[in-house]
Write a protein that binds this ligand. Structure first.
Ligand code: ATP
Ligand code: MG
Length: 437
């Protein structure tokens, strides 16, 4: 997609006597000097008129909302007819949309001032709510009265803090107050839509600030986070309360949704597993398992993809395990997790450590040593996974093994190879195998 192509489409529309503008996210990103992800166009032409102008290139992808998609050689562009939204009786969707005559009216239905700007084909900025000023001041502000806008569509509450996180902006006072006051309205919003915003929020540069400032908002769909807020861990490893630790851990890992969700949920089982010993120190025996079980439920509730959920749960289950920094220790962790997940686990452990008390930073060196051992093992083409073994299931079936025995026998051979007890050769493996009657 490109600005040139979007301009071509705008000119094609204008040639037919209609008006058309670049609008929304792409205008915001252009003013920020960022590369827009998509180039949306708003036009005075009705959907059927756009269909007619672009013929076979046009697809009626969202006629209910007045949207037609135009396919070109370098991507698809959405063209939406200027519209206002009617009443919102359900707090999620307008009951009906009405087409309007002007771009200004169209901009007034949009959520945030920074998202309510347009650029004409001659390059003129249309900015009735001072979105450019808010961009310069780095402020998130609703178009119009925040309370009204949030009661129309509660997803805007989450969008407001999503943009605060992604852009690292602050939230204007009236908008901030309305967010806290109306957070509970998010209960009405479908999990799929919440997940889209949460993935972006968690990966934003201002994520830590936003998580710290709005636990009440996240708590509407992840109530398990709420008891973590202000929770005193009474443990020398920790210089922060539990929720503050979580926010540091999230910010300390690479901005990828699976990793960020893992850190957000890695310790939520601590509250339930908390005990205090005679000396007054806090312990959390079994918290990784407890957190993993809670994360499983949360990820299902959020309608996350199965593969992402499974990875998050697995990383949480393993996050606190002490892995011996030896070829054998690393080898068996890799054989259990797979190389990719093991690498992620090391990232998780590093982030967790960076979010703990300063005097335990030496653990980071252990993680670096583990990375080095992994590298050596991979270079030596060591046998780390079942698929690397010099024999496979067929060999065992041929020797009378059946069903579950096959996997179990291969696993125990693999552990012996990793432990250096036997060589990874066909001969050695077969002779290490107990004879079947
Ligand atoms: P991104 O770069 O993340 O896609 P975006 O601003 O383009 O950000 P979209 O969800 O693609 O976000 O929405 C496009 C535009 O539609 C927004 O810029 C905004 O003007 C408007 N918009 C989106 N969602 C809402 C909403 N819930 N209420 C009002 N306006 C909205
Ligand atoms: Mg967009």
């Amino acid at each position: 997609m490109s600005r040139e192509q979007a301009q071509n489409i705008i000119r094609d529309i204008e040639k037919r006597g209609f008006r058309a503008y670049l609008v929304g996210g792409c205008v915001r990103d252009l003013l920020l000097g960022r590369m827009p992800e998509d180039w949306d166009i708003a036009s005075s032409a009705r959907p059927e008129q756009i269909m007619e102008i672009f013929g076979a290139q046009a697809l009626p992808t969202g006629l209910k909302h007045g949207t037609v998609t135009v396919k070109t050689w370098d991507g698809a562009y959405e063209i939406t007819t200027f519209r206002t939204d009617g009443a919102y009786s359900d707090g999620r969707h307008p009951d009906a949309v009405a087409y309007t005559k002007t771009i200004e009216e169209d901009l007034s239905r949009r959520d945030l001032t920074i998202n309510a700007m347009a650029i004409s084909s001659s390059g003129r900025l249309v900015d009735p709510f001072d979105g450019a000023g808010d961009l310069a001041r780095r402020v998130i502000r609703c178009v119009g009265k925040a309370e009204r806008r949030f009661s129309e569509d509660a997803l805007r509450i989450l969008r407001a803090i999503r943009f605060a996180s992604v852009l690292d902006f602050s939230v204007e006072e009236a908008t901030r107050q309305a967010i806290h006051k109306q957070a509970a309205l998010l209960k009405k919003i479908a999990a799929e839509r919440i997940l889209v915003e949460m993935n972006k929020l968690l990966c934003g540069t201002g994520c830590r600030e936003v998580l710290l400032s709005y636990p009440d908002v996240l708590g509407v769909f992840i109530p398990e986070l709420l008891p973590c807020v202000g929770f005193d861990q009474k443990n020398i490893h920790h210089c922060y309360d539990l929720y503050t630790h979580i926010t540091y851990a999230v910010a300390a890992i690479a901005p990828e949704p699976v990793l960020r969700w893992t850190m957000l949920l890695h310790d939520i089982g601590k509250v339930d597993t908390f005990t205090v010993d005679a000396a007054g120190s806090g312990h959390f025996y079994g918290h990784p398992q407890r957190s993993a079980a809670m994360a499983e439920e949360i990820c299902r509730r959020m309608r996350m993809r199965n593969a992402d959920r499974e990875e998050i749960v697995k990383l949480i289950r393993w996050h606190d395990r002490d892995i011996p920094v030896t070829e054998k220790g690393i080898g068996s962790a890799v054989s259990a997790l797979g190389e990719e997940s093991f690498r992620r686990l090391l990232q998780v452990k590093r982030a967790d450590n960076l979010a703990q008390a300063e005097q335990f930073r030496w653990v980071g060196e252990k993680i670096t040593a583990a990375e080095e051992i992994l590298q050596e093992l991979l270079q030596k083409k060591s046998c780390l996974q079942l698929k690397d073994l010099a024999i496979n299931g067929h060999d065992l079936l041929a020797r009378g093994y059946a069903g579950r025995e096959v996997g179990a026998a291969l696993q125990s051979l693999l552990q012996m190879v990793i432990g250096g007890e036997i060589e990874n050769s066909r001969e050695a493996l077969l002779s290490a195998l107990p004879e079947k009657k």
